[in-house]
Design a protein around this ligand. Structure first.
Ligand code: FES
Length: 491
């Protein structure tokens, strides 16, 4: 098998075999944003760093499994840990395989840790401030060095824990069951019970869930039509996927970076009187209201119409060892980079879109070595024991191995159908797309007369244009990303 090793000089960081990396690596993970701005004045990354005001970012002290670390105030804790060379944050429940952040947006569970006594906190969502205490969970003695990993090696072909040892009689089975019960589960309960939260009732004409381009545009249009709008997004900022774009965008004829474009839309919503709640997750919807959980309290939002523009879930797709720490969605690589953290010194990008090109260019401005897949090549698997050390690509010319310490895999997106499902639409498996969709009959119509679904969240057999006039009277509309253009969103 031919091996495509990078030129020795290009590998700026020596690899380590475990999950802790060298101190050089730790400093290399923080992008030298001043150098980027000085050396690439026309690059979009410079504009992103100017906009993020990284110069004035304050530092703080956090602790991870007892170790004192530096962090930037307000950044996601997962990024603080990555910047300190720590990429194994948790372990899989059954086999204790190492897990690390994959999505950096609360979508994968690779970063579940105990933060300030709260178990199962997503480190990519919780923010850094002075004194935060992060602990790995479900591992002994730590997520980075977990002796329970032996389970993975002991049962290379998996095991059925329900029936293991059954044949050896009830006594052995009982011992096994009690052992399994102790080992299973995620984290331990907090030492203090939290206070019950009384929900705050809110009434409005339209509730918009999800403030990506489609949600932003819809909320603005509804407000311009004189409707009272409440708009929520679980992220701390608006923009959804667009916010992590490393391409230029246009606002009123001027060239702006993506975060600036998104914040301009947010300012517009607020100027129109939209009640915007960020860091607010719509977690359940019922006929008479939608439950929204914010950091501080629960909201019970009663709306005449609800729009679920909450987009899609993303993953890295199927390939061997796709759970190794060091494997990210392409978007997560971009997300880390725009916040001043480079996920690796040698990064393989497997996508082929304009966004991949823009990300590759931006990464190269941080002196990272970037590998791309060649036309016709696909990612067969990742290599590495504790974390990623390479990738195997297969294409028309055969197989080759690339050395890398991070992989940015092309985003595989599947529609977020759950809220539409709770609103009464039947979820159906799509065998061709390998995901669930919200079942629609024709032009977005569903079993429920008042519920419409549009975009990729609907059944693939339903190819007729949505009946936009009919959707006006709907009480629930669920839509997916590609309908942004129809709703008037534009870059
Ligand atoms: S859930 Fe935190 S990295 Fe995916």
């Amino acid at each position: 098998m031919p091996t495509d090793h990078s030129a020795p000089g290009a590998l700026r960081i020596a690899r380590t075999r475990g999950t802790m990396r060298t101190s050089d690596d730790m400093t290399a993970r923080r992008v030298d944003h001043r150098a980027v701005r000085a050396q690439h004045p026309e690059g979009v990354l410079r504009a992103v760093y100017d906009y993020a005001a990284l110069d004035s970012a304050q530092t703080c002290g956090i602790r991870y499994d007892g170790r004192a670390l530096d962090a930037r105030v307000g950044e996601p804790l997962a990024l603080s840990l990555l910047a300190n060379g720590i990429d194994t944050l948790s372990r899989s429940v059954k086999f204790h395989r190492p897990r690390g952040p994959m999505c950096l947006r609360g979508n994968c569970e690779g970063c579940l840790t105990r933060v300030d006594d709260d178990p199962n906190t997503m480190a990519c969502v919780a923010r850094a401030h002075d004194g935060r205490e992060i602990r790995s969970q479900n591992a002994f003695p730590s997520a980075e060095l977990d002796v329970l990993r032996i389970t993975d090696w002991f049962f290379p072909k998996s095991f059925d824990h329900h029936h293991l040892m059954v044949r050896y009689g009830p006594a052995i089975n009982q011992v096994m069951q009690s052992f399994a019960r102790k080992m299973a589960g995620l984290g331990t309960l907090p030492t203090r019970a939290s206070e019950p939260m009384a929900p705050l009732a809110m009434d409005c004409d339209v509730l918009v869930v999800g403030l990506g381009p489609a949600g932003l545009a819809l909320a603005a249009q509804c407000a311009q039509a004189g409707l009272k709008v409440v708009a929520v997004d679980e992220e701390p900022d608006v923009g959804g996927f667009l916010r992590d774009s490393l391409q230029w965008h246009t606002h009123e004829g001027a060239r702006v970076c993506a975060p600036a474009w998104c914040d301009l839309q947010l300012a517009k919503l607020r100027a129109l009187g939209v009640s915007v709640r960020l860091g607010a997750a719509a977690c359940a919807t019922f006929d008479d209201g939608t439950l929204v959980i914010t950091g501080e309290r629960a909201l019970w939002v009663r709306a005449r119409a609800r729009v679920f523009a909450n987009g899609s879930h993303e993953s890295v797709g199927n390939f061997e060892n796709n759970d190794l720490p060091g494997i990210y969605t392409e978007r997560a690589v971009a997300r880390a980079l725009r916040q001043g953290v480079r996920v690796g010194a040698t990064v393989l990008l497997t996508g082929g879109s304009d966004e991949t090109d823009a990300l590759a260019l931006a990464l190269s401005h941080t002196d990272a070595t970037v590998h791309r897949v060649q036309p016709g090549e696909t990612l067969r698997g990742a290599k590495g024991m504790g974390d990623v050390s390479g990738a195997v690509l297969v294409g028309p010319k055969g197989e080759r191995t690339v050395s890398c310490d991070a992989i940015g895999a092309e985003n595989v997106r599947t529609p977020a159908f759950e809220l539409a499902g709770q609103a009464g639409v039947e979820p159906r498996a799509s065998l061709t797309r390998r995901c669930f969709v919200a079942h629609s009959h024709e032009a977005g119509r569903t079993e429920r007369r008042d519920v419409f679904v549009v975009g990729s969240v609907r059944s693939e057999g339903d190819t007729r244009e949505p009946d936009w006039d009919a959707t006006v009277s709907a009480s629930v509309i669920a839509l997916c990303k590609e309908t942004a253009a129809q709703t008037g969103a534009s870059r």
